[in-house]
Design a protein around this ligand. Structure first.
Ligand SMILES: C[S@@+](CC[C@H](N)C(=O)[O-])C[C@H]1O[C@@H](n2cnc3c(N)ncnc32)[C@H](O)[C@@H]1O
Length: 190
């Protein structure tokens, strides 16, 4: 949130907002949040949490990375936390282009996701140590979630994400990792 430097007049689109954990924090620091998710159940929970927090500036939309049509003015910031890995790579590139077109010039994208940075030849030991680390730190259920993630979802390498962002026209301002096999990016639409 500090890195995003939201201002009271700013508008934000949160793509794959889930139950709104991040959207609610964003809404406390900006004018309006468009909270977008393909799951109406998630959005209902998000709206309930926003009401309980006394926030009237979150507008929910049931749509996805590939279908959300932003009707208002271009926004200052797009946020996406732990959601883009649901798209295969070709469609991630389409999503980046769509995100780019939702942002004002100078607007920022904050992306957090499971992204792999290890050399491909080490995939077996790296993935094993990720699952084992999850088991130690967060328990068996999270270890099993990680196995499902590896097997069924579409996390990819950082050099692929970097390339997609750059080809879309984004400038990567910051890229850092706070957790194993995850990356946060701050990108700017020049
Ligand atoms: C792991 S949750 C993260 C939710 C939230 N961003 C958070 O950090 O708490 C992933 C979310 O992505 C949503 N999702 C899956 N596919 C999507 C798509 N194609 N477009 C938008 N959201 C999607 C899911 O419904 C789910 O709410």
């Amino acid at each position: 949130m500090q890195l995003l430097d939201l201002k009271p007049e700013h508008t934000v689109i949160d793509l794959g907002c889930g139950t709104g954990t991040f959207a609610i924090t964003e809404a406390r620091s900006c004018r309006k949040v468009f909270a977008v998710d393909i799951s109406q159940a998630m959005l209902d929970k998000c709206a309930e949490k926003a009401r309980a927090a006394g926030l009237g500036n979150i507008e929910t939309h049931c749509a996805g990375f590939l279908t959300y049509e932003h009707k208002g003015a271009l926004v200052d910031t797009v946020v996406s936390v732990a959601a883009l890995h649901h798209l295969p790579d070709f469609w991630k590139a389409v999503a980046f282009k769509r995100i780019y077109n939702m942002l004002k010039p100078g607007g920022k994208l904050f992306l957090f996701d499971i992204v792999f940075s290890f050399p491909v030849e080490f995939y077996h030991s790296e993935l094993n140590s990720w699952v084992n680390g999850m088991r130690e730190r967060a328990g068996q259920a999270m270890a099993e979630e990680s196995i499902i993630h590896i097997r069924d979802e579409y996390s990819t390498f950082d050099w692929i994400i970097d390339g997609m962002m750059e080809r879309t026209g984004f400038k990567i301002e910051q890229k850092f990792s706070d957790f194993p096999n995850s990356l946060s990016y701050i990108c700017v639409r020049p």
